[in-house]
Design a protein around this ligand. Structure first.
Ligand SMILES: Nc1ncnc2c1ncn2[C@@H]1O[C@H](COP(=O)(O)OP(=O)(O)OP(=O)(O)O)[C@@H](O)[C@H]1O
Length: 732
């Protein structure tokens, strides 16, 4: 067993793809277009009341009736699956989680999360009955003596199946299974495998890769060990008795299982996220006070953030705010389409719980409308910072082709009748013409292949550019929406005249155009890939005809020529990829700079305001603060001393650097405390223009919205040389 202190929560390149894997999920969940709906199951826990006063009636394995207690007719709800009170853990597992486990073993990502009001049965489904008190689950026993593991929850069952698969594999040493297990309690992340202080959530500057700093990851080949750890983690989880549930989970628990499998093509990686959410609750009903009440508030807030994301996603919103809680940040990948996701909503059947039950059913109904486009299954990408996988694939394809041709060259082929005859009569005109024709055909196919490869690369690079443009517009939107206290909302036309609204409106429009363009180029890429595949097959077919028609030496010569062409092409693609990677990196850094600049401006804004407050209130500065101002002064001094050209402005800045962006104060300009450091050690501010910074502040920086670097897309064409990619034909 090994522990690592990394805790990379997002999946890296091991991304999901629809289609493969023997999914048992309903056909409605997967459409022909590759769009995938979030699968929603509803489980009704057994009633705890002897009377038969229930608000739920099961109609079928997909539908139920809900009676809201009013005079209205009971409402019918339809989901992907409905599990009644007598449903077993095994049934729930087989239908919801087992298909995902198969996908994970195939290198895809998948997630299951249990949702519902407190006491509705989430923990029972995910962990089994009484997980805190659980002694030895049956699954912990060696397989042959296991009597029954019917009670185990989805987590144990999934781990069990994964390890069974590994044990049954021809070479189990090629597999690596890693788990991490955390809880979010009162918006703090705790490691359940190695309990200690709260852990920090980090994300890369593109907001794509989420990591939990210091989270332990346990890598093991032993099923026994991993389940032991899971049980240990469950015991460490925060659970307290409440009026609503004797063993109420007061935290969200997130288990991540990563399976790596070494294959001849590289290491496949799939990841399964299993989440037991804390239950939503009503303070009145749970009678919670003090600490319990505070916990409840945190739980509800994060579930509200999750609900907002579900609403936004189900309504087809283009921008979804995952940032409102740690839970949504960690579940971003599960919700946003990078993996197959199943939500198991839990409800209590008793009439007295009808309000909570209704909320859950409506929530689940909304979630049922979320559809996403899954990404292809992936291999671990060593250069995760640069999305150049496509180029690497192309280069390795070409190299594979070279080695295939080489081995063909070395093969001793039996001379066919035609070839032998050819050797006997070297001047046979007909044979020569035939050979010429064949050669031309082969060369033509290879030329075509090269052309298609180039087209693919161009489309890929254009898509990369669009991705960065979209990122830029998202930054503008999040900036203005945050600034104006709005979330997810599109701009209302009525108040569109303010600067912020104009910036937002433009950014949304720009984003819509970028999305349209992205869709178009994805289609182009898909078509080109298909054409390339057809072309490749044609080439192979022509090569196979060679031995029938020409002599061994001629064949070798031709194959050697093709090898050379491929080698040159592979080198060229490598260089091209490197150049594009650098370009992409530069553009990404541009974005980082913009973001850093925005933060810097905000900091300066804060410092200036505080500074004004200090001076106006004539507060004596603490020594540490004086020291910090001194350092700040030195920093600016150093940067101006390093500047080679001395201008009146940096001469002035040497002496008295303004705290804000500088340059606006006239040399020797007045500060509220005088024109020099004495008596105040503080840099001057301009009392004539207190809003000077506000004018030059981050709003200015973020708006007017930053236009994409690529030429305008409003015309439907980008004047950057990509128009030709619209053509679907691979003809010259
Ligand atoms: N399907 C089921 N079969 C048998 N017992 C169940 C089932 N579902 C729930 N229970 C029992 O109901 C009680 C409450 O369930 P559980 O603790 O799983 O709810 P929960 O939704 O996780 O609540 P909380 O959000 O407060 O943690 C437990 O005693 C549990 O054993």
């Amino acid at each position: 067993m090994s522990r690592q202190g990394t805790g990379n929560w997002s999946s890296g390149s091991g991304s999901g793809s629809g289609g493969s894997g023997s999914s048992q999920l309903p056909s409605t969940a997967m459409s022909q277009s590759g769009e995938e709906r979030l699968v929603v199951a509803v489980r009704v826990r057994p009633s705890t009341e002897p009377n038969n006063n229930k608000c739920i009636q099961i109609l079928s394995d997909r539908a139920l009736l809900f009676d809201d207690g009013s005079k209205n007719r009971p409402r019918k709800y339809v989901y992907d699956f409905v599990f009644g009170e007598s449903s077993t853990q095994e049934e729930v597992y087989k239908t919801t989680t087992a298909p995902l486990v198969k996908d994970v073993l195939n290198g895809l990502n998948a997630a299951v999360f249990a949702y519902g009001a407190t006491g509705a049965g989430k923990t029972h489904t995910m962990l089994g009955p009484n997980p805190k008190k659980a002694g030895t689950p049956s699954s912990e026993l060696p397989p042959k003596t296991a009597q029954s593991n019917h009670g185990d929850g989805m987590m144990v069952k999934a781990l069990d199946e994964i390890f069974q698969h590994v044990e049954n594999a021809e070479d189990s040493s090629k597999f690596k299974v890693t788990i991490s297990y955390l809880e979010i309690y009162n918006e703090l992340i705790r490691d359940l495998l190695n309990p200690g202080g709260p852990l920090e959530l980090r994300e890369d500057n593109r907001g794509q890769k989420i990591t939990v700093a210091g989270l332990s990851e346990i890598t093991t080949c032993s099923r026994h060990e991993v389940i032991q750890n899971l049980l240990k983690g469950n015991k460490a989880r925060t659970m307290e008795p409440t009026a609503a549930n004797k063993t109420s989970s007061r935290s969200h628990a997130l288990l991540s299982v990563t399976v790596q499998n070494k294959t001849p093509l590289g290491t496949k990686q799939g990841r399964l996220f299993l989440t037991d959410l804390a239950g939503s609750e009503r303070a009145k009903k749970t009678k919670n006070r003090g600490k319990r009440l505070q916990e409840g508030a945190h739980i509800n807030r994060s579930l509200l953030a999750l609900g907002n994301c579900i609403n936004a996603l189900s309504g087809g919103a283009r921008y979804v705010n995952y940032r409102d809680s740690k839970l949504t940040r960690l579940l971003k990948e599960a919700l946003s389409g990078k993996c197959k996701t199943v939500m198991i909503a839990h409800v209590a059947p008793e009439a007295r719980h009808r309000d909570e039950t209704k909320n859950t059913l409506v929530y689940a109904d909304r979630a049922n409308h979320i559809s996403t486009r899954l990404q292809n299954a992936g291999y671990i990408d060593e250069t995760q910072n640069i999305p150049m996988k496509h180029y690497q694939n192309l280069v390795s394809e070409l190299r594979e082709e070279v080695s295939r041709l080489r081995s063909k060259m070395l093969q001793e082929r039996p001379r066919s009748g035609a070839a032998a005859a050819a050797n006997n009569n070297i001047n046979d005109e007909k044979r020569k013409a035939e050979l010429r024709y064949l050669r031309e055909q082969i060369v033509h196919t290879f030329k075509q292949q090269m052309k298609l490869r180039r087209k693919l690369l161009e489309a890929e690079s254009h898509l990369l550019g669009l991705e960065l443009d979209a990122e830029r517009q998202h930054m503008v939107i999040s900036h203005w929406q945050g600034r104006m206290g709005k979330l997810y909302d599109q701009v209302n036309d009525e108040d569109a005249e303010s600067e912020g609204n104009t910036a937002l409106k433009n950014a949304w429009e720009e984003l819509a155009a970028i999305e349209k363009e992205t869709k178009r180029f994805r289609e182009i890429r898909e078509r080109t890939e298909q054409e390339l595949e057809m072309c490749r097959q044609k080439g192979v077919q022509l090569e196979d005809e060679l031995p029938e028609r020409i002599s061994s030496d001629e064949e070798r010569e031709l194959l050697a020529l093709l090898c050379r062409v491929h080698e040159l092409e592979a080198d060229k693609v490598s260089l091209q990829a490197e150049r594009l990677a650098r370009q992409a990196e530069l553009r990404r850094r541009d974005l980082q700079l913009l973001r850093a600049e925005r933060q810097r401006r905000l900091c300066e804004d804060i410092i200036s305001s505080q500074r004004r407050l200090i001076e106006e209130s004539q507060i004596e500065l603490p020594d540490e603060l004086k020291e910090l101002y001194g350092l700040y002064q030195q920093e600016i001094h150093a940067s101006t001393v390093n500047s080679t050209i001395v201008t009146p402005r940096n001469l002035y800045e040497n002496k008295l650097p303004p705290i804000n962006s500088g340059g606006q104060n006239s040399p020797g300009g007045s500060s509220s405390s005088g024109s020099d450091w004495d008596p105040s050690p503080l840099p001057p501010i301009d009392p004539q223009n207190p809003d000077q910074f506000a004018q030059d502040g981050p709003d200015r920086l973020m708006g007017p919205p930053v236009a994409p670097r690529l030429p305008s897309i409003a015309t439907g064409k980008r004047a950057n040389g990509y128009e030709h990619l619209n053509s679907t034909s691979s003809e010259e």
